[in-house]
Design a binder for this molecule. Structure first.
Ligand code: HEM
Length: 501
């Protein structure tokens, strides 16, 4: 009898422990996991008295709140994103040995972030601006980031100009206003911007959300196949929803009525299972073609003509999963063109070369030196000799910390990665070569005459005129000269629009 009573007592104690644990599991806790005693008041000396330093629950809460914001991205601060997959539909292994392309039908998980460029993180996302369209592929051989835009060319062709270019588009240092004079001073001083401006001030500068726009890697990359042979490559990812743009008027109205229009549209489409998708293509150019090309294939203000370098289909990008936590998955995602995998390498494209440094550098500042350990940035496998630093979450246990070593857990260097990193030859006199004067207008002229239809030309003039109307006459006249090099017709129409003789 006594034994049964003891057993019953023990059972009741266990039950109480389980139920109190279950209750604890849903209790509010401090950051260090202790249950919070009271949540609606701080600890004070009497009802009207001062607060006490010993209120550690208050300090834990407030100190964390005080540090909630991290620096926003220096560019592309406003954005939204989603997860999904990439599926190989066509074999491109004769060009590229990257593991994600190895078999038709293979799927790789992806994270995508869309963005505007110049505005702050709270700015309207229907502004006239390029849209960032950046993809992280979680491949078996590391993360590959394809950090592109919705327009196929870029403003400048030497990275040293990027900080100045961005300063001219952001806020004036004294007025803290966007300033048409700064913008057009820069644009008209660097006419290599012309081709990009024809895209930006066309209807494609105001896409209807993120789903109805294309993506382009813009910079030139190098693909290496299993024998170590290379071709140069441009990436295109074309929307299966088609292209859809907003008129300048609607875009402007949406900036007032719904500053988060593009974010909302993407989120709602995925939530209602209308999964957006894009088809990934490559254009390839051999070394011999690059040497004999009539234009510089490493100049990101240029397109590669599709009749000479046709689009080769590769696969499908599908977005079918919304983030569960915006900050965790989208604000903290770190995308960089320097994150390449075996089979993909940089070309001598001067803009790409500068970007290879800039992104991881800003990410170490924006997110901290161990940003690659944040789950959304973390590769599927990582083993190396990097250790410590703030917030090291995966410090790789008790494994050996130096190379070379004779330890049992010594790591190998991948033979495959070696084959896929063949030596290449460069020569030339070291100097600063200004490439600003290299053919700034021929592709822009073709765009004006042959790519835009008459409706497109009318809207281009309207949009350019409206942007230029806020600039001083000196810059308007400089812009007229610049656009006159594209087409006398464009200059004449703009002249009329601006009311200049
Ligand atoms: C030398 C030229 C460039 C430099 C120095 C540069 C630099 C940067 C920096 C510092 C960031 C912020 C990254 C972060 O905080 O995580 C960024 C973001 C971005 N850049 Fe560039 N950029 C350049 C050119 C380009 C070009 C040509 C493209 C398009 C192909 C591009 C597309 C993007 C995109 C899409 C993002 C946002 C990535 C995200 O969603 O997190 N950038 N850029």
């Amino acid at each position: 009898m006594m034994f049964t009573m003891i057993k019953l007592y023990a059972f009741l104690v266990l039950l109480t422990a389980i139920s109190s644990y279950a209750q604890q599991a849903s209790d509010i806790t401090t950051g260090f996991g202790a249950p919070v005693s009271y949540k609606d008041a701080s600890l004070t000396v009497g009802r009207g008295g001062p607060m006490l330093l010993e209120d550690t629950e208050f300090i834990d809460e407030m100190a964390h709140f005080d540090r909630e914001r991290i620096p926003e991205r220096v560019v592309h601060a406003k954005g939204g994103g989603a997860f999904g997959y990439f599926e190989v539909t066509n074999d491109i292994t004769r060009y590229c040995a990257a593991s994600l392309f190895s078999r038709v039908g293979d799927r790789t998980r992806i994270a995508v972030r869309f963005s505007t460029v110049a505005g702050e993180s709270g700015s309207p996302d229907t502004a006239r601006d390029p849209r960032g369209f950046a993809i992280k592929f979680y491949t078996q051989e590391g993360n590959w980031d394809l950090v592109g835009n919705n327009l196929p060319v870029f403003f400048i062709r030497d990275s040293i100009l990027f900080p100045s270019f961005i300063h001219s588009q952001k806020r004036h240092p004294s007025t803290f206003l966007h300033d048409a004079d700064m913008q057009w001073d820069f644009f008209t001083s660097r006419p290599e911007v012309t081709h990009m401006l024809l895209y930006l001030f066309s209807d494609r500068g105001t896409p209807d959300g993120f789903r109805f726009m294309h993506g382009f890697g813009v910079n030139t990359f190098k693909l290496i196949n299993a024998t170590g042979h290379h071709v140069y490559c441009k990436f295109h990812y074309l929307s299966n929803q088609g292209l859809r743009n907003l008129t300048a008027k609607v875009a402007r109205q949406l900036q007032v009525d719904d500053p988060d229009y593009s974010l909302r549209d993407l989120y709602n489409a995925i939530k209602s299972k209308k999964y957006p998708s894009w088809t990934l293509y490559i254009q390839v150019m051999t070394e011999a073609q690059a040497l004999n090309s009539s234009f510089n294939p490493f100049d990101d203000t240029k397109l590669w003509p599709e009749d000479v370098y046709p689009l080769i289909p590769v696969g499908r990008l599908v977005l079918n999963e919304n983030p569960t936590n915006y900050f965790q998955d989208i604000e903290q995602i770190a995308l960089s063109p320097s994150r390449m995998v075996p089979g993909i390498k940089p070309s001598p494209d001067r803009m790409l070369q500068g970007r290879l440094f800039s992104y991881p550098d800003t990410q170490r500042y924006r997110l901290g030196p161990n940003f690659l350990q944040i789950p959304v940035n973390c590769p599927l496998h990582v083993r190396n000799y990097q250790r410590d630093g703030p917030m090291s979450y995966n410090n790789q246990g008790d494994s050996t910390v130096y190379h070379p070593n004779s330890a049992a857990d010594s790591l190998n260097v991948s033979e495959r990665a070696g084959v896929l990193s063949p030596a290449y030859f460069v020569n030339g006199d070291v100097s600063k070569y200004d490439n600003g004067g290299e053919d700034n207008f021929s592709q822009a002229a073709n765009h004006y005459q042959n790519v835009l239809d008459e409706g497109g030309r009318v809207n281009l003039v309207k949009n350019l005129g409206s942007a230029l109307s806020s600039a001083s006459e000196m810059y308007q006249r400089r812009a007229l000269d610049m656009f006159g090099n594209v087409s006398p017709d464009l200059k004449a129409r703009l002249q009329r629009k601006l009311g200049l003789q």
